[in-house]
Design a protein around this ligand. Sequence first.
Ligand SMILES: CC(C)(COP(=O)(O)OP(=O)(O)OC[C@H]1O[C@@H](n2cnc3c(N)ncnc32)[C@H](O)[C@@H]1OP(=O)(O)O)[C@@H](O)C(=O)NCCC(=O)NCCS
Length: 322
Amino acid sequence: MRLERWEPGPDAAGLHSAYVAARAVDNPAPPPLSTRVFTGWLAAGWGGEPREVWFVPGSGGAVDGWYRLVLPDLENTSRANLDLVVAPDARRRGLGSELLRHALARAAAHRRSDVIGVAWDSSAGETFARAAGATRELTEVIRVQDVRRSFPAASVASGYSLLSWDGPVPEEYLERVAGVNAAMANAPRTAGHEEPAWTAQRVQERFNDVFPVFGLRAHSVAARHDASGDFAALTTVYVDPDKPAWGHQGITAVIRPHRGHRLGVTVKLAMLALLRETEPGLERIETDNGETNSRMIAVNCELGYDVCGPAMGFWRLAVPQS
Ligand SMILES: CC(C)(COP(=O)(O)OP(=O)(O)OC[C@H]1O[C@@H](n2cnc3c(N)ncnc32)[C@H](O)[C@@H]1OP(=O)(O)O)[C@@H](O)C(=O)NCCC(=O)NCCS
């Protein structure tokens, strides 16, 4: 079997088709990424980390299977994150196993000891992960909110004020966004996960500089603590211009000293009002939460989110060292 390396460029049509066909079988909702966003995700990941993409060419320019191995370079440098997909009409012929063997060899070459992969529950991916000897680490549940109904207006606790922006983080907010990003350390993570050390420079380099690659529209709402000027809470929603009916929830976090003022619900309600103006075609927002993240889930349920489709399992496999 011949594997080829995919290099960032405009042509990811074959890989995208295999991904779309796989999603239709494994989990049809929410919809798969558009070609443009998928190509950006292959090229840059969501966080600009180093990565390799390898694929198996099929007939007539099609792609039978591919994997993307992300190699964290700042923290978590002993692990690699793996997405591995075989097109439905090429399955059960050993292609997935071959791609996995290759990915593990590449992970070993990069001195990684573990690979973390993701599979939808009750799909072929879950059976495949078990057959490969992987162990389950974490479960994330997808929830979807229909935004076409009415929501109460945001009412912010005294001592805080709301502000918003579209697109990259404005320079004057970089430091404060870094402070809120660090609050994600409380979300459920795989064992041994090292939290990113967020700084203004990192927000610039690993978000602002990477983000244009995807072609997504980003909308952010923050609650500022008036006395200190710090951001106490932040929420971001992304919209794919090629699929404007769906929004994708990015970060929502409230930093610890400011919890207990309903700031999570408040920034999300303010976001809904903002989206009504800026994204008139928006119908739904999808979010994924660790199944044990009870506070975030309670906020989402209060805002009408319902579970959508199967959960996502995170699977760990040790990298054989030669
Ligand atoms: C999971 C996936 C990559 C498997 O690809 P594949 O080419 O069919 O895998 P293989 O033929 O190498 O299968 C290896 C073993 O996995 C298990 N397996 C895979 N698919 C299975 C299925 N549908 N039912 C039962 N067992 C299955 C079997 O044990 C199989 O060995 P066998 O055929 O000798 O019984 C493919 O179904 C896929 O792309 N799924 C969506 C993405 C995903 O979930 N990726 C996994 C990330 S961990």
